[in-house]
Design a protein around this ligand. Structure first.
Ligand code: ZN
Length: 161
């Protein structure tokens, strides 16, 4: 796969696998020179989810370094989104968005579900699902957003009943 796009410098990385995906080793995308090892193996320690769609890498959740440069970023379809940038993510294009909307709507119920559960059910990248759920809530009013009280939760809008 090509280097990950970042606003600072190309993020070279390798995915380490032995039978299963073990880790992603990448040069820190802010260019500080550190090498980050992001664990993907749930049997050891805190693990990230790895997604490869259209030959593009995504990781979930965000990577937040508690040492060194303290970078906090999202890897989403091969693009680094800096969290301190207030999640400016217009550059990230979601493939077959309309189709995903339909699948999200048919997965949602009148019970609250977190976007990660919805993503799991339809086997999509949680960042994609989160963005589309927000669209479905905000512009289209087809979903209800859990707001601050239930951050990241969505359900079918009561108006649809
Ligand atoms: Zn760094």
């Amino acid at each position: 796969m090509p280097p990950i796009r970042t606003s600072k410098r190309p993020g070279d990385f390798v995915v380490v696998s032995r039978g299963i995906y073990r880790s992603v080793v990448m040069s820190c995308p802010d260019g500080c020179g550190d090498v980050l090892t992001i664990n993907l193996d749930p049997r050891t320690d805190k693990a990230w989810r790895y997604y490869r769609k259209r030959n593009q890498l995504s990781l979930f959740p965000s990577v937040w370094r508690d040492t060194g440069c303290q970078s906090h970023f999202i890897v989403w379809h091969h693009t680094i989104i800096w969290c301190e940038d207030n999640y400016r993510n217009e550059d990230v294009v979601i493939d077959s968005e309309l189709d995903m909307r339909q699948r999200i709507l048919s997965t949602c119920t009148y019970e609250w579900q977190h976007f990660t559960q919805i993503a799991e059910a339809i086997d999509e990248v949680p960042w994609d699902v989160n963005r589309i759920c927000h669209q479905l809530a905000r512009s289209l009013k087809l979903l209800e957003d859990g707001g601050k009280k239930r951050l990241g939760f969505f359900r079918l809008s009561a108006a649809r009943k």
